[in-house]
Design a protein around this ligand. Structure first.
Ligand code: MTE
Length: 310
């Protein structure tokens, strides 16, 4: 996969949103009419073409499109890494899609997915993705920063946390027929974590719309936290005063805490978190504190005991 090097992008180079949506609709129709599956393309030519290039990036080589879209965790479609790419496509219809925003905010409401992200220019951000199971990837996401999306709903002074909820629909998510987790999947962030400039709502990767297995049509990305914080296929965002309970905290309170910051010094009770296997590489790597984003996020946790707040 050929990726262009970072360039400075002027406002005028960013595709107008209406044009972008029209073009996306056209490409989808054209691809459907031709009976073609959309293959990975260079970032300039995909359905999301026109987004701001590489707003934030890392030097690491991106993981292959193939690995990113076939080695997944999405328990709504099964617990094997290969289940989501086998069972989500076709069954998991994500159009139309809307997101409800509620709780401690001045302007709650339910908006279509396109309207939620439309006012914020799309960006590509290449982030390290570190799963709690000690594997990692590097993913060229396309999406929007979360902060400007949230601010439109005017969070109030009692909005101390943000809770995210995945769709609940066992017809479209067959794994929800089994009590593997307490459905729907829920996650949470402190409001300052949610508003941090690194926190992102991904709508695509490698220049095309998110595939169902990666959490279409929109999922959270918090690059300094373990991958389970990056909740997929979000239908509700709630501003709340109390720290929300998350699905994994409920499933295993000794194993999964609220913060879940990548921390090589605090092991998971059943395995070490000191090293990771980068998918596509042979040798294990040392895991970096905050997944390598410490200079940008360590200040959020100043004075906190990160062993107690794991
Ligand atoms: N979101 C939902 N709704 N359901 C899930 O099972 N799995 C999480 C997270 N988001 C999960 C989810 C876990 S454990 C990880 S590691 C990442 O998604 C995996 O993202 P990826 O498959 O795109 O790599």
């Amino acid at each position: 996969m050929l990726l262009r090097h970072a360039v400075d992008i002027r406002e005028s180079e960013i595709t107008d949103r209406a044009l972008y949506l029209d073009r996306r609709r056209f490409l989808t129709l054209a691809a459907g009419a031709a009976g073609l599956a959309l293959a990975p393309r260079p970032v300039q030519a995909g359905p999301l073409a026109g987004y701001r290039k590489r707003a934030m990036t890392v030097d690491d080589k991106p993981t292959s499109f193939e690995a990113i879209t076939t080695y997944n965790n999405f328990y709504e479609f099964g617990t094997d890494k290969s289940d989501p790419s086998k069972y989500a496509p076709g069954v998991f219809v994500t159009k139309p899609w809307s997101v409800a925003v509620d709780g401690e905010c001045g302007k709650p409401g339910t908006v279509a997915f396109e309207d939620l992200i439309r006012p914020v220019p799309l960006e590509e951000r290449i982030y390290r993705h570190r799963c709690v199971e000690a594997w990692s990837m590097v993913i060229p996401w396309v999406g929007v920063p979360l902060a400007p999306v949230l601010k439109r709903f005017e969070p109030g002074s009692r909005a101390k946390y943000v809770r995210f909820t995945t769709l609940l629909d066992p017809k479209r998510m067959p794994g929800q027929s089994r009590p593997i987790l307490d459905w729907p999947y829920r996650e949470g962030l402190r409001i300052d974590e949610a508003m941090h400039p690194l926190t992102f709502l991904a709508v695509g990767l490698y220049g095309q719309d998110l595939l169902p297995q990666n959490g279409a049509p929109l999922r959270l990305v918090v690059p300094w936290k373990y991958g389970f914080k990056s909740i997929k296929s979000i239908v509700r965002i709630s501003f709340v005063e109390k720290q929300p309970t998350t699905t994994w905290m409920e499933a295993g309170p000794d194993e999964y805490g609220f913060y879940s910051n990548v921390n090589p010094h605090v092991d998971h009770p059943r395995w070490s978190q000191a090293t990771e296997r980068r998918i596509g590489e042979f040798f294990r790597r040392k895991t970096l504190m905050f997944n390598g984003y410490g200079d940008q996020v360590a200040s959020l946790y100043q004075g906190m005991d990160l062993r107690a707040n794991f």
